[in-house]
Design a protein around this ligand. Structure first.
Ligand code: X5A
Ligand code: ZN
Length: 653
């Protein structure tokens, strides 16, 4: 089934394995066009598309890099190897998706799975993806290759023993690891380090080796307190493995997107590399998704090709450089091609990839790194020391993307890092001119932000301005770029209906979210706490309420929108349409300053009324926060506040 196209060949190096007098490392590549046959059944667009592996292969060929590698065609995994980590039923299911079956049956299977599409080519591609990773891992373990890269799809790391999910059918890397450990004792591979730098948590791989001390699983991913795919607590740093596998599972859960080279390299230098030294793996398998790459549409992170090359280079110091890379995610075709090229050049030990950047890790990244070190220090003594404050003081303030440059006195550990960082550069660097011009304009305009939910409690609202985490919150806020406190606070009552809906929020967990009917209903009353803030700050509150970044290049709500909402009363926001509070409502004026609130759209109210979106009473802690706001704000006694929330929670719409 090797159909790798014209320019492939089993040659490597141009002169007896030497390039420029240096012994050329033997780097294997698997590419097989057959894996492009897995596609959406009706030709709809999907980020996990066949072109992903084509563009990588084309890039390696155009750069003249594949010609210096050992090119292998794909090979199909054997059922007994797949069954080392998957159930028989799961293998049977994937096998049964053959071309003979009708699309509708496959569509029915896919619809019962999370983020999975299937077509007539899916089964063969899945077998090839897993088999190809096994093939590369085996050849690297044997020493026939120094290292290798399996350019495969569908990806694998979300696939669990009995379930396909997250674009993954078989867990390619897990199959390969289990194959080496259980089927090939002759190769002497006793300890495997799996590094998963895909932007998503490798939930499948984690589960498969949860109790297995032979596999150290390390995953760094965007987590957002459980809000980012695959969502939940599995990717948290508290998940360290169990039984004899305790301590052999390490998660680095970023609190937000935007993480880049500096954050990833800090996780390498202060977690992964010291642990890898202690663990001393016999081989490294790399779940190499490139969806943490700059400009990836799903990841929202900013790792550059240079960043990937440095992360990889650092791993090459272990296991005598035995590394088998397998493609996982990565959805910007240009970014994944460039990142892959940088990695293969690194495996070939070409001249170092050029790059530099003056970025520091985010403050939040240091916080995560410290928490991970602390949680795992019982198992890995090299993590026990606290990081020096001089080191962690080198940071990019969390919401801001303004990059400060280093003026170093080179004497301590901190400056070592700084020097390293100052050599980094972000390829095709989009200049992040932090507070962009819209901020200056909107900072001149005052509005009243009218709150009726947890923001009525001042310490909670201040988190949106100053950043931080008030009592009861499960997640810290980045705050506004302008951290000045509200200029005035007043209370008012409006003829709208307060109600509660939805399942849970990232901040409060399970329990209702408060809404107010955007349309006035004269018999109802919503009591609101009004904060006088600038329109710039209002934008940042709006972004945070809708889980959007505050560092957007364009405002969510500008002067034109303000004019519009004053005349129309209520306007939905394009950019926040998938958020909960994607509708800005003007409730009138107070001392000639417009009063704005944010709630759901009028059409969402209809869905609440029809039951299409369920109403849901607030959880105790959330309700208590509202009551606290009303009481501490002087609006109500405790009994009155309780009665008010109670009524709003129980009265039908
Ligand atoms: C392999 C990978 C992402 C799934 C996202 C689903 N999967 N929304 O990157
Ligand atoms: Zn991913």
């Amino acid at each position: 089934m090797a159909t790798t196209g014209e320019s492939s060949g089993n040659n490597y190096g141009d002169c007896d394995g030497k390039v420029g007098g240096k012994i050329q490392r033997k780097v294997g590549l698997v590419y097989d066009e057959t894996m492009c046959k897995h596609d959406t059944p009706n030709g709809e667009d999907h980020p996990e598309c066949p072109d992903r592996i084509r563009v990588i292969w084309d890039k390696l060929q155009l750069a003249g890099v594949s010609q210096r590698c050992v090119v292998l065609g794909g090979s199909k995994a054997e059922d007994k190897h797949l069954q080392l980590v998957h159930t028989k039923d799961h293998v049977k299911l994937v096998k049964s998706l053959s071309t003979k079956q009708k699309d509708y049956r496959r569509n029915r299977i896919a619809s019962q799975l999370n983020s999975i599409y299937l077509n007539g080519g899916s089964s063969e591609a899945a077998y090839l993806a897993a088999g190809s990773v096994v093939e590369v891992a085996e050849k690297v373990a044997e020493g026939e290759l120094d290292s290798g890269f399996a350019i495969v799809r569908p990806p694998g790391h979300h696939a669990e023993a009995d379930e396909a999910m997250g674009f993954c059918l078989f867990n390619n890397v897990a199959v390969a690891a289990s194959y080496l450990l259980n089927e090939r004792p002759d190769l002497g591979i006793k300890k495997i380090l799996i590094v998963d730098w895909d932007v998503h948590h490798g939930n499948g791989t984690q589960k498969m080796f949860w109790k297995d001390p032979r596999v150290l699983f390390f995953s760094v991913h965007r987590h957002e307190y459980g809000g980012f795919y695959p969502a939940g607590d599995d990717g948290y740093y508290s998940m360290v493995g169990e039984g004899t596998g305790e301590g052999f599972n390490i998660n680095v859960p970023w609190e937000h997107g935007r993480c880049g080279d500096a954050d990833y390299l800090a996780a390498w230098d202060h977690i992964l590399i010291p642990v890898a030294k202690e663990f001393n793996p016999d081989i490294i398998l790399l779940s190499a998704g490139f969806d943490a790459a700059i400009r990836d549409p799903l990841g929202g992170c900013r790792v550059t090709p240079y960043g990937y090359s440095v992360m990889l280079k650092k791993l090459m110091d272990f296991a005598q450089g035995k590394i088998a890379m397998a493609l996982e995610g990565g959805y910007n075709l240009d970014s994944i091609a460039k990142s892959s090229l940088a990695c293969v050049q690194t495996l070939l030990e070409d001249k170092a990839i050029q790059g530099s950047s003056e970025a520091y890790p985010f403050e939040s990244s240091w916080r995560v790194i410290q928490a991970v070190r602390k949680r795992l220090s019982a198992y890995w003594p090299s993590l026990a020391d606290e990081l020096s404050w001089k080191l962690i003081d080198q940071k990019t303030p969390t919401p801001s993307i303004l990059i400060s440059s280093s003026d170093s006195e080179t004497e301590d550990e901190a400056n070592e890092i700084l020097d390293q960082m100052s050599k980094l550069s972000i390829e095709n660097h989009q200049v992040d001119t932090a507070p962009t011009s819209w901020r200056a304009d909107l900072a001149k305009v005052d509005i009243w932000y009218a709150s009726y939910g947890s923001n009525m409690w001042k310490p909670r609202f201040l988190c949106y301005i100053q950043g931080g985490q008030a009592e009861g919150m499960r997640k810290a806020c980045v705050g506004s770029m302008d951290k000045s406190p509200p200029k005035e606070i007043v209370w008012e009552t409006f003829p709208n209906r307060l109600f509660f809906g939805r399942e849970s929020t990232v901040t409060w967990g399970v329990g209702g979210v408060a809404f107010t009917n955007p349309l006035a209903t004269p018999d109802d009353q919503t009591h609101m706490c009004l904060y006088r803030i600038t329109l710039e700050q209002f934008n940042d509150v709006l972004s945070q309420e809708n889980a959007l970044n505050v560092d957007s290049e364009t405002p969510l709500f500008d002067l034109a929108a303000l004019q519009l909402v004053e005349s129309k009363g209520s306007i939905p926001l394009e950019a926040a349409s998938s958020g909960w509070y994607g509708n800005v409502v003007c409730l009138g004026k107070e001392s000639d300053v417009p009063i704005l609130t944010m709630t759901c759209t009028v059409s969402a109210v209809e869905k609440f009324k029809s039951g299409e979106i369920p109403l849901r009473p607030p959880a105790k802690s959330y309700a208590n926060t509202l009551i606290r706001g009303l009481v501490e704000g002087g609006r109500f006694s405790e009994t009155e506040a309780e009665a008010y929330i109670d009524t709003a929670a129980s009265k039908p719409l």
